[in-house]
Design a protein around this ligand. Sequence first.
Ligand code: SF4
Length: 264
Amino acid sequence: MSDGSAIEWTDATWNPVRGCVKVSPGCKHCYAETFAERWRGLPNHPYGQGFDLRLVPEKLEEPLGWRRPRRIFVNSMSDLFQDGVPDEFVTRVFETMHQADWHSYQVLTKRGDRMHQIVRSLPRRLQSLQQVWLGVSVENRKHGLPRIAELRGTPAAIRFLSIEPLLEDVGEVDLSGIHWVIVGGESGPRARPMKPEWVRSIRRQCREQRVPFFFKQWGGVQKSKNGRELDGHTYDEFPVRPETSPPSPRGRSRLSVVEAAAEE
Ligand code: SF4
């Protein structure tokens, strides 16, 4: 896990899976691939295998060692629901999120169909956990909108959309059953442009359908120069659930076990 994050809507990242396979146009300039491939071939480096898929079982229980509650982006360097990740491994990730219940977990995927299928087959005690937010990426109409329907049919306490990189006007979107919307433009040297009217349309729909709206960035070649204001405002809205909670009695006992082990 990495405490602190440059990503505006999270506090920390946790990567029990590394590497991924591109699946749709939103992946074209994947930041995780660019970062991971920089280290390919370096012995003993976490990304010595570049962006090839790798399970990291030794990272599975990492959030249990973090006492202070955080919002945690799960697999910021991968996609938990890609085909190469076995169902059993996904279940173990959910077990940790169940036990370390004082954090909030942001699980974002472009594989809404597999997320739907796996989450529905989890034991009931691992479904619709208050601390687990499930989300899908929406970059355009063709690939993004079907994922929203898949997400809506997936058991979850909080469902969210990451509309980034926004590549076109996504039109009118049904936000029923959706609790949070993030919008952002692509950044980097080959960033594809995002028009302000596309963003305003989503903001309007969030207002009409009473969904919190988070505007992450304009992006572009000079991300910091372009900033993250929309019509003179910064939009940092989050879902209504408290972001973090104190550990439950079950969570406290697991925390004690992990801390005791760390002191030995
Ligand atoms: S799904 Fe996400 S992590 Fe995987 S290649 Fe696409 S953008 Fe990168």
